[in-house]
Design a binder for this molecule. Structure first.
Ligand code: MN
Length: 232
């Protein structure tokens, strides 16, 4: 047995409603521009050619209920409320009609974004990493098993900032449905248990600052809660 020089922290463990075992996170995939009204507010049109993705490091995932420091390097830290699928099955080149069999459960999540850094990256045709993939950049509520939730579609998705609704839509408003996303993503990656898919955000994204509180709800799921503290 080879000893490890600098042992890594354990993977982030997400609680599951009604389950004593936890869900270990392996990878985080995020879908870009998956609600037409959000694409529009970002100055883009929805591209029906294919969905596109960026990733976040699993080490950057923080569980719901946390207070996170205002992150470094930004003056425009923004919220994106998202419906998250947690995979429990493996698959490669999975047809859409079989894609939902890979889903273990669902959670309410926040794709936190350093919008100014993302904007510079877009302008200069650089990667989005520093705008999207940073410490505490992904937030996730406890999961609900897929069978206890039903088929995504009619459920509302809502985000409150300090009690006021700022984002509201229905899961059926997504440009690419979850089975379409899984089918397409599985042409690019060998999907496996522990993979999370953040499915995109509706319109109404905006800045948060120290002292702000976010409460995100998807009907039928545990809410995601986040408080923003002072800069670290
Ligand atoms: Mn997003």
């Amino acid at each position: 047995m080879t000893h490890i020089l600098f042992p890594l922290p354990d993977p982030v463990l997400v609680p599951v409603r009604g389950e004593t075992a936890a869900y270990a996170v392996r990878r985080i995939f995020c879908v870009g521009r998956n609600y037409a009204d959000h694409a529009r507010e970002m100055g883009a049109e929805v591209d029906r050619e294919a969905p596109f993705y960026f990733t976040k490091s699993p080490a950057h995932l923080t569980l719901s209920g946390a207070t996170i420091p205002y992150p470094p390097g930004t003056a425009d830290f923004q919220h994106e409320m998202e419906f998250v699928a947690a995979l429990g099955g493996a698959g490669f080149r999975v047809p859409a009609e079989h894609a939902m069999a890979l889903v273990y459960g669902y959670g309410a999540g926040l794709d936190m974004t350093r919008r100014d850094l993302q904007g510079v990256a877009k302008d200069k045709r650089r990667p989005w990493d520093t705008g999207k993939d940073f410490e505490n950049g992904a937030i996730l509520a406890p999961l609900t098993r897929a069978a206890d939730f039903g088929t995504p579609g009619p459920q509302s998705i809502t985000l409150r900032l300090n009690g006021n609704i700022v984002q509201q839509a229905h899961l059926g408003d997504m440009v690419w449905s979850l089975p379409e996303i899984i089918a397409h993503l599985s042409t690019l990656y060998h999907l496996a248990p522990g993979d999370l898919i953040y499915t995109g955000t509706p319109a109404g994204v905006g800045p948060v600052g120290p002292g702000d509180r976010l409460l995100g709800e998807v009907a039928g799921l545990d809410p995601v809660e986040l408080a923003i503290g002072p800069a670290a």
